[in-house]
Design a protein around this ligand. Sequence first.
Ligand SMILES: [Mn+2]
Length: 357
Amino acid sequence: MKWGFRWYGAKDTIPLHHFRHVPGCDGVVGTLLGKLPGEVWPIEEIQAFKESIEKERLELLAIESVAVCDAIKAGTEERNHYIDNYIQTIRNIGACGIKLVVYSFKPIFGWAKTHLKYENPDGTYSLVFDQSVVDNMQASEMFQLIKSQSGGFNLSGWEEERFKEFNNLMKMYEGMTREDLFNNLAYFLKRVIPVCEEVDVKLGIHPDDPPWEIFGLPRITKNLEDYKRIMEIVDSPYNGITLCTGSVGANPDCDVAQMIRELGDRIHFVHLRNVEFLGKDKFRECAHLSLDGSLDMYELMKALVDIGFDGVIRPDHGRAIWDEVAMPGYGLYDRALGFTYLQGLHEAITKCKKEKE
Ligand SMILES: [Mn+2]
């Protein structure tokens, strides 16, 4: 198992060596910033990115993410051209010795929250999603809402260029059903996975956040049932999963530990995040500890140990604490607290299991 953090590249407020100072940290996951979905990533740029991390005595544990462009997700006539580009990017990533790529297959809204700086009773700040806010606005207003709370940071998936294209994007997905979207994912995977097998790069699809449909757009990575179906499209270990506990776990009906046990070795990457249910379709991203939220993090870690999870693992979003100025969800302080807590759980569970054997 490799432990790391998400890092937003040279523009991140957190210098790489700060991650190295966290005990047990093997490396970071990151992406080439500024690449538009659909572009081919040149080998030299991937290699330079990797070396910039290795120079700081850390590993590049995965590419999170290579975005899938809308032509592929919407299944337009140009999709073959863009799938060819995606395949070339996978080949180039493989040529640099990187073994894991995260992607998602969500129309327009990769992730959505309604509050990026929700004040908790203890004076810390969290990200919150409240469906009742979304129900009272237009999809196009989401960009302004996110931008107004972003603290001046450019948030991935909420780029200005995408906002300008918003009406065209909505048109692209007009009338699209869940089944249409699933078929477009199947078309994509059937072409890409054989290449992943050839160059030894595993894919891990990230779930929907929140794990239900908003603004009438279809979603197909919400729960165990969805994931089982996706795994069957191409029955290969290279067609894998990024299990994000705070995404799927925001649905109180989702048994995340059970999901881990059933999906087993198809999980290549785990984002550990806790959420607190605040009411119907409303949740807060809390501290990682079980006592702060609704998920039992001990049970989740136990499930991971039981399946012999051997992929990449990282703490997910943290709260904003100690007056840290950082991208919403991606400050170092609370993520480092979470990292250390999760490592403690892992050590205790692993040793306990050995003693029993
Ligand atoms: Mn995640």
